[in-house]
Design a protein around this ligand. Structure first.
Ligand code: MN
Length: 160
């Protein structure tokens, strides 16, 4: 969040006021855009994008994303994409960056539970993916390292 919005945010309880939350678009509730695009480029991969502070934060996942807990996937951070890209499907012509076909593999919304430099926990509500997921930076001390581990959190049992 932009530093100059901290006062705005701290003075309000966004569960109780309809005013827009800082960093989210007006009218958007706590859940924000989530998409995974299957990208048949030189190597097949899955691009996961999470709306955050006016952009889509992005990770490329070389294997099918984890649908159940116990499956761990590498997720490589890539450049932010503009809002609206979550609707893109089609052919990126030969000779262009990412040439190949893009199709929406899963789409919905997510709720950020924790968003830190080296750890992101979020609840996904989409077609294929649902539940709590974690992104953990593999080398948190190396600022520029782009490798994260992506997995579904174990369901908590025995809760009333
Ligand atoms: Mn891609």
């Amino acid at each position: 969040m932009a530093a100059d919005l901290k006062d705005y945010q701290s003075k309000r309880d966004f569960d109780r006021t309809p005013e827009p939350r800082a960093g989210l678009r007006a009218g958007s509730p706590r859940h924000v855009r989530f998409v995974i695009q299957k990208h048949r480029a030189r190597h097949l991969h899955y691009d996961m994008r999470l709306e955050r502070e006016g952009v889509l934060r992005s990770w490329a996942i070389p294997k099918e994303p984890p649908l159940v807990s116990g499956v761990k996937r590498l997720a490589v951070a890539t450049e932010d994409h503009p809002l609206g890209y979550e609707e893109f499907e089609g052919e990126i012509p030969e000779g262009n960056y990412g040439a190949g076909t893009v199709e929406i593999w899963d789409r919905g919304s997510y709720l950020p539970v924790e968003w830190k430099e080296e750890l992101i926990v979020f609840e996904v509500n989409a077609g294929k993916m649902s539940g709590t997921f974690c992104l953990v930076k593999l080398k948190p001390k190396e600022k520029d390292d782009k490798n994260w581990l992506f997995f579904k959190k174990q369901e908590e049992r025995g809760r009333p």
